[in-house]
Write a protein that binds this ligand. Structure first.
Ligand SMILES: C[S@@+](CC[C@H](N)C(=O)[O-])C[C@H]1O[C@@H](n2cnc3c(N)ncnc32)[C@H](O)[C@@H]1O
Length: 269
């Protein structure tokens, strides 16, 4: 069930599959627990009773809020807060909860806390939980030339972030999420994988981000060497990224889950 009133529907294949899996169930009240422009544009086009979007980042709240300003109703909320706080949305339940590329981003806002997140979210889920994530691709050998280029870009990005005082994302595999769902009291209903084909935009956004981070590295020899490496990798990656094949590497995933005992959705934390 969707409404025509929202902004132009952001129908990524993953959101399309969520809509199909959801079928005729009402969306009811919806929580976008790690919001951003893409997820909130999609959420604001659904036929919900109300939605609440949470982010730890003030600038993300502003960008997402601006993107849905026309579709946003009086009952819809964007909250800047951290899920580490017990007070955030205390006692509130939601029919549908979305964690869209949220678990991988926790490292930046609540480091070493990832194994707590599904237990923290559990009391807020009344009917359905959808988790979207990316299988880790920075550490293991992907076994193909294209995959190795994507991995090199990921490693260089993370190295630049670390050397300039930032915190890289930390992606978690489906097997880890499944285990944590069991511990937190959820039943997994469905798991889907979506193979990724990285394109020119990925190569340039990641490598341009590296260049921006180099400004914060004091050691000129190091930043100069990293800059040269960025451009060498760009030259290697772009012809493949622009080809019809792109750079196939890894997969995104979608997990649909339900609370094992919905009657106890507001247990004390
Ligand atoms: C990759 S971003 C946004 C993805 C988003 N769904 C989109 O449309 O692109 C991850 C989001 O999770 C939020 N986040 C990560 N850790 C958080 C935490 N501990 N508390 C609250 N929000 C958090 C970030 O602030 C950000 O809004």
């Amino acid at each position: 069930m969707t409404t025509e009133q929202g902004p132009k529907r952001n129908m990524s294949p993953i959101f399309q599959v969520i809509e199909t899996l959801h079928g005729d169930q009402p969306w009811g009240s919806l929580l976008d627990a790690g919001t951003g422009r893409r997820s909130l544009e999609w959420v604001s086009g659904l036929d919900t009773e109300r939605w609440t979007a949470v982010t730890a980042s003030q600038s993300m709240a502003e960008v997402a809020g601006k993107a849905v300003s026309k579709a946003r109703r009086a009952q819809d909320r964007i909250i800047v807060g951290n899920w580490m706080s017990d007070d955030l949305l205390y006692g509130e339940g939601f029919d549908t909860v979305l964690l869209d590329y949220f678990i991988g981003a926790i490292e930046g806002f609540a480091p070493y806390w990832q194994e707590q997140v599904l237990q923290r979210i559990r009391p807020h889920v009344q009917q359905r939980l959808y988790i979207v994530g990316t299988e880790p691709y920075v550490l293991d050998d992907p076994g193909t030339e294209a995959g190795r280029i994507v991995r090199s870009i990921g490693r260089l990005r993370d190295a630049c972030l670390l050397m300039s005082g930032g915190r890289p994302y930390r992606e978690y595999p489906v097997s880890w999420v499944q285990r944590q769902l069991g511990i937190a009291g959820f039943r997994v209903c469905e798991i889907r994988h979506f193979p990724i084909r990285y394109r020119e935009r990925f190569v340039n956004t990641q490598l341009d981000m590296c260049l921006r981070r180099l400004e914060y590295i004091d050691d000129e020899a190091l930043s100069g060497a990293l800059r040269a490496h960025v451009e060498a990798l760009r030259a290697q990656a772009l012809p493949l990224a622009r080809s019809q094949e792109g750079l196939p590497c890894g997969a995104d995933y979608l997990i649909a889950a339900e609370p094992l005992d919905p009657r106890h959705h507001l247990i004390d934390r």
